[in-house]
Design a protein around this ligand. Structure first.
Ligand code: ADP
Ligand code: MG
Length: 479
């Protein structure tokens, strides 16, 4: 069975009417403006020009590389969604730097309609001659994602401490010992989710002003304030909030001026008894490149680590998300996913969402077979982590044979058996074909590999100690 990712594409008619494009773009701009607010919209989005459409891809043009990168990182996903909603056949928005002769931005806003007062944008060269941007009188509160609440956060061993700390801060901001709250952990493990949950809880509880933004956004807002000579306002705004949350602080490494500004804001807020919540990918002491005094202060409150997920947590998360979706996903499929996708929750969630979308779209039950089909590319990407060379090396070490014996012609049992195990693991853990695997083992025939796979499977069934050994190898290689 093939449920190709793009099978449904033919269901959508190709876009023929290019005149409609400008109207779509107008509507999208309107939406964006509503979502991000006037200032942000004017600062970053008014200079996007509509480029050509090619199949399922539409090109948008920006005047500088700086702007293109910024728009891509901040609004890329949203632009994709909005375009897709507007014109279903569009699957991708490509952002490019405009070249001379490319179309100009549409006059879609009152800013563009009155070019004299249009807010010029920061240019790439950063030169002092750059024109000032629009006044930064921004709403400091980046919209909190309503999906990220404490209710939807699944708690397990790896995150229970961070969760408890986040709960505590949401209940009693600025408690001694919890200020700042410093959450750290690898990518996709729930830092942003917890921060939004704190924010949502505080906003719900009443009269608390919460500002949440990524460190990157903090920097860009700071730069924009400098350019428009409104740093004082910027500072005042920041210092007037009850709770300031800055996400992904590691972004400030090497950005000395922004760090300095953050340090002062930080001190002013903590001294005034306000709560700070910060996230980063490393602990304060490991964030080398951050100024010492800032690191010291960051470590002064509560430092909570979110550890890599365990199999149990991955299962719980999948169960919760599957239940919330209303689609029945068999336990076998959940286990398969929890086994295969160990990197982080974001990828796990992405995989499950794709399965659910397919189930809904085609009205077919989720099976293990369909899962392998639908998630083919994701699973392959994860397989690629383990190479045949790594497998050979680990197996050779474990059974104490020479690495060269993996491809040698020696047939002594003490060499041949580990070699067979390595072939077996190569088949299990990589997406290589039998002939490809054979080639890596001294140009052996694919039937030799097949024989090895069968032989090891057989032996594992008969010999529990051997099976345990092989399983151990597999787990070591997978982690
Ligand atoms: P980080 O900020 O650490 O990179 P995120 O908070 O963005 O990670 O989490 C990535 C995705 O995984 C989000 O969609 C989030 O809702 C989800 N997620 C992470 N941890 C959990 C959890 N414990 N329970 C439920 N969802 C989670
Ligand atoms: Mg994050």
């Amino acid at each position: 069975m093939t449920i190709g990712v793009d099978d449904d594409e033919s269901a959508f008619s190709r876009l023929e009417d290019n005149k409609g494009l400008a109207e779509s773009w107008l509507r999208i701009c309107g939406r964006l403006k509503g979502e991000v607010g006037e200032v942000e919209y004017r600062t970053w989005l008014t200079q996007i020009a509509l480029g050509p459409i090619d199949g399922d891809e539409i090109t948008l043009l920006l005047p500088t590389r700086f702007l293109r990168d910024w728009v891509r990182s901040q609004y890329g996903d949203r632009l994709n969604e909005l375009w897709h909603n507007e014109i279903p056949s569009i699957r991708r928005v490509e952002l490019q730097v405009a070249r001379p002769g490319d179309p100009a931005p549409l006059p879609v806003t009152e800013v563009a309609a009155a070019p004299a007062s249009a807010a010029p944008l920061p240019t790439e060269d950063n030169s002092p001659a750059s024109r000032p941007v629009a006044e930064v009188r921004s709403d400091l509160v980046t919209a909190l994602d309503s999906r990220f609440t404490f209710d939807t956060f699944v708690v397990g061993k790896p995150n229970e401490f961070a969760y408890a700390c986040a709960r505590r801060v949401a209940e009693k901001p600025s408690s001694v010992g919890f200020n700042p709250l410093f959450l750290y952990g690898g990518v996709g493990l729930g830092k942003t989710h917890l921060m939004h949950a704190i924010g949502a809880e505080l906003v719900k509880s009443g009269n608390v002003s919460v500002a949440y933004m990524s460190a990157e956004k903090f920097m860009y807002r700071f730069i924009a304030a400098i350019r428009s000579q409104s740093t004082i306002e910027f500072k005042e705004q920041l210092r007037s909030v009850d709770v300031l949350m800055i996400d992904d602080l590691q972004f400030l490494i090497g950005k000395d001026n922004t760090q300095e500004e953050f340090f002062h804001t930080f001190n002013a807020l903590v001294d005034a008894g306000r709560q700070i919540v910060v996230s980063a990918d490393k602990s304060p002491s490991d964030l080398s490149g951050l100024e010492d005094r800032l690191r010291t202060r960051l470590g002064c409150g509560m430092v909570a680590d979110i550890h890599a997920t365990t199999f149990e947590l991955r299962i719980s998360i999948l169960e919760a998300k599957a239940a919330a979706s209303g689609v029945v996903v068999p336990a076998k499929v959940l286990e398969f996913l929890a086994h295969k996708i160990t990197s982080n929750v974001r990828e796990l969630e992405g995989a499950l969402n794709r399965l659910i979308a397919h189930a809904n779209l085609f009205g077919r039950p989720v099976t293990l077979e369909a899962t392998q089909d639908v998630l083919h590319d994701i699973l392959k990407a994860h397989d690629r982590r383990v190479t045949i060379e790594e497998i050979q090396k680990k197996v050779a070490e474990h059974w104490n044979i020479r690495l060269t014996d993996m491809s040698s012609a020696r047939r002594a049992r003490n060499v041949a058996r580990p070699r067979q195990v390595a072939m077996y693991l190569a088949k299990q853990l990589t997406s290589r074909s039998l002939p490809e695997i054979g080639r890596k083992f001294g140009n052996r025939d694919h039937t030799t590999v097949m024989h090895a796979v069968n032989r090891v499977t057989e032996l594992m069934e008969r010999d529990a100690a051997f099976a345990e050994d092989v399983e151990l190898m597999r787990r070591m290689l997978e982690s």
